[in-house]
Design a protein around this ligand. Structure first.
Ligand code: C2E
Ligand code: CA
Ligand code: CA
Ligand code: CA
Length: 279
């Protein structure tokens, strides 16, 4: 290896130092944000690929700091995973999604589930499933009302205890979707062992499908294997009509993306679902 000048070494050290400091501060702010109620859930509709009708919602976490710009979950979730704050954040998400689902049932909104995202480090904690059950029963909700989204890496890395918990949920009729399907490093054989009800095709495939036959081939194969295994197949990140046409031809079941709806606040969901039925 080439010897680096002294100045350069110091430069990299400084950058690393700054980055760590930034993360540390953000982590502190996030903890206070949780306590001060700066976190909220937005909801993105999943629509039927055939009818365009809204079927379910995916809950997506939002952080609007009292001061400063919104911070993306793509930035603060990994941070929360490293600091351990993900457990409290995950509990808050569970609680808030259940509260909202119950409120919308009272209001008579035409809606199936709210799906929530679970990260891997969140599942390592003790009694996550007991807390989920507790939350559901406090709000009088059943397996139809809340679904889970997990990435395939979460499933692969899950220990026996977690898998058992998921299996029990699955058995009781909970929907469990594999998020970002096709982007992990595992073989397909895990599909026959794991309690799964749906596959969500990652949005990078959807994005490139119109230009790239390889991406179309992977999507077609996903729909094929998903349906053969009796799973529902969802395409995420649909942004234009061209992508939608392909997805319909492939016979995906559900579609999610800016082409239909961006994630939105609960009040906007209410306006959407209470409004006049689409023709
Ligand atoms: P994800 O679960 O894969 O969520 C989909 C992401 O794609 C969301 O980003 C959503 O806003 C975005 N999206 C939706 N439609 C489109 C589209 O048409 N085009 C494009 N380019 N993007 C679209 P978001 O909300 O920034 O969330 C990023 C990630 O943060 C999520 O990826 C998920 O991994 C994580 N996350 C969000 N909320 C939670 C949560 O409550 N708990 C956990 N553990 N993770 C969460
Ligand atoms: Ca997701
Ligand atoms: Ca995803
Ligand atoms: Ca993702």
């Amino acid at each position: 290896a080439k010897l680096k000048g002294r100045g350069q070494v110091i430069y990299f050290d400084q950058r690393l130092h700054d980055e760590l400091l930034h993360q540390h501060r953000l982590s502190d702010r996030l903890e206070r944000a949780l306590e001060n109620g700066e976190l909220m859930l937005h909801y993105q509709p999943q629509v039927s690929a055939v009818s365009g009708r809204v079927e379910n919602l995916e809950a997506l976490l939002r952080w609007f700091p009292a001061e400063g710009a919104p911070v993306s979950p793509a930035e603060f979730i990994p941070l929360a995973e490293r600091s351990g704050l993900i457990h409290r954040i995950g509990d808050w998400v569970m609680e808030e999604a259940c509260r909202q689902r119950a409120a919308w049932r009272e209001a008579g909104l035409a809606l199936e589930r709210i799906d929530i995202n679970f990260s891997g480090s969140q599942m390592n904690g003790a009694d996550l499933f007991a807390r989920l059950d507790d939350c559901l029963s406090r709000f009088g909700l059943g397996p139809r009302h809340i679904g889970l989204e997990l990435t395939e890496n979460v499933l692969i890395e899950a220990d026996a205890h977690v898998l058992e918990g998921l299996e029990r949920l699955h058995h009781r009729g909970f929907r469990i979707a594999i998020d970002d399907f096709g982007t992990g490093y595992s073989s397909l054989s895990y599909l026959k062992h794991f309690p799964v009800t749906a596959l969500k095709i990652d949005r990078t495939f959807v994005r490139d499908a119109p230009e790239r036959p390889e991406d179309r081939a992977i999507m077609e194969a996903t729909v094929f294997i998903g349906h053969r295994l009796g799973l529902e197949v969802v395409a995420e990140g649909v942004e234009n009509a061209e992508q939608l046409t392909l997805i319909r031809e492939m016979r995906c079941d559900l579609v999610q993306g800016y082409y239909f709806y961006a994630p939105m606040a609960a009040t906007e969901i209410e306006r959407l679902l209470a409004g006049p039925a689409a023709p």
